[in-house]
Write a protein that binds this ligand. Structure first.
Ligand SMILES: Cc1ncc(COP(=O)(O)O)c(C=O)c1O
Length: 388
């Protein structure tokens, strides 16, 4: 292994998460695996075949660039849907390769019509409806124009789905907001149907909505964070616990397993005298004689400098402290309390070791990041390795 650290992807964890999620949903609901943001930092090329082995056959990407990576890495003929960005050139590629994509403005639809006429092929589209997120989404006059153009070209334009993205589903306090969005969605769908559109798959839910609001599941759910083993919010997890009737502290075990684990090894060990400053600057001074381990992971590798004198890693199954400033390629750890640490011993930066764990959320709490953001910031250069 040339790399100074690596990220393991656990097939067993993913398989368990998918089984759990499928059990939570109704059996007829299609589970689309959301792989935007480099599969939430897990790496599209490694994650897609793994997910297929775990029974996933539908992937949602944000952009054509990500869709191309899914296309090149899928092992079976899994469906690919683009929820966001497709420019002129990639739109033609998507259509030619039977990749579906969202329509949320007239420009993209007009281009689609031109391309299908030019190539003599058909296209699969999902109409994104505006229900309250106010990000992308069709409503009012714009929706009328889009529907009119679809109907004019219905021989080659196949509306595979009608969808929206719900705002606020991570909190049960937003119940009314969700209910209002669903009402708007229902009204827009009915309007489109009456206008002559066959609405196909209806999909509104990401992880939080799918787990907390059963009425949002409809025909398909787009699951990102939960498949990777993270609850979208503490509240979503608590709603699940309450529904299951379990007591959080004594009987509860989290049904979701983290798929990802970030590891390195001790690169060097050094005995340091009492009163020595560790690393650059004077932010850490030893109070007694200490053993300091150097770990070849620094801010270049995504271990934030703000974790200087704050971060924890696991060695020998114990939490040990980062001391001194995090360097570009290295961090230093106080291993004085460990029994006989050795160069080459495993260091876990995120994940489990024996009975201890550094969660992405504790890692991200320490550096003030959301799970989502901490995951996608893991540099793509760190090799991802699939383990059973
Ligand atoms: C349109 C859309 N659907 C689904 C998802 C997946 O969300 P989550 O990771 O919360 O499941 C996202 C991610 O933000 C999204 O933008």
């Amino acid at each position: 292994m040339f790399s100074s650290s690596y990220i393991e992807l656990s097939k067993a964890a993913l398989s368990k998460n998918i089984r759990f999620l499928k059990k939570q949903l109704y059996p007829e609901v299609l589970l689309s695996s959301v792989v935007k943001g480099n599969a939430y930092g897990h790496e599209i090329e490694k994650f897609v075949p793994l997910a297929e082995e775990c029974g996933i056959h539908h992937f949602s990407a944000f952009s054509a660039e990500e869709a191309l990576r899914v296309y090149n890495s899928r092992q079976s003929n899994s469906d690919i849907m683009i929820m966001g960005c497709v420019d002129n050139d990639s739109l033609e590629w998507a259509i030619e390769n039977n990749i579906s994509f969202y329509i949320f403005n007239l420009e993209r639809l007009e281009r689609t019509v031109k391309i299908i006429k030019k190539l003599g092929v058909s296209a699969r589209v999902h109409l994104e409806l505006e229900t309250g997120l106010n990000r992308t989404g069709l409503s009012g006059e714009l929706l009328e124009k889009v529907v009119a153009l679809i109907l004019k070209n219905s021989d080659r334009l196949h509306v595979e789905g009608v969808c929206t993205h719900l705002a606020g589903a991570e909190s049960i306090a937003n119940y009314k907001r969700i209910a209002d969005q669903l009402t708007s969605f229902g009204e827009l769908c009915s309007w489109a149907q009456q206008a002559g559109i066959e609405t196909g798959l209806r999909h509104t839910a990401a992880s939080a909505a799918a787990l907390t609001y059963p009425e949002t599941r409809m025909d398909m759910v787009r699951i990102g964070i939960a498949q990777y083993g993270f609850w979208p919010s503490k509240e979503t997890e608590m709603q699940y616990i309450l529904r299951e009737g379990e007591q959080p502290r004594n009987r509860y075990t989290d049904p979701l397993r983290r798929v990802l684990r970030w590891k390195s090894r001790i690169m060097n060990l050094k005995q340091v005298k009492q009163g020595s400053f560790i690393g650059y600057g004077t932010s850490y001074q030893t109070m007694k004689r200490q053993t300091i381990a150097a770990v070849p992971v620094g801010y270049f590798h995504g271990y934030r400098r703000s974790l200087s004198n704050l971060g924890k890693v696991l060695i020998h199954g114990r939490r040990v402290s980062v001391v001194g400033n995090v360097n570009m390629n290295m961090l230093l750890v106080n291993v004085t309390e460990l029994t006989n640490p050795q160069v080459g011993d495993e260091v876990v930066i995120i994940g489990k070791q024996k009975r201890s764990q550094i969660t992405v959320s504790s890692f991200s709490d320490m550096s003030n990041l959301l799970n989502y953001e901490a995951l996608v910031r893991l540099p793509s250069e760190i090799p991802r390795i699939v383990v059973d």
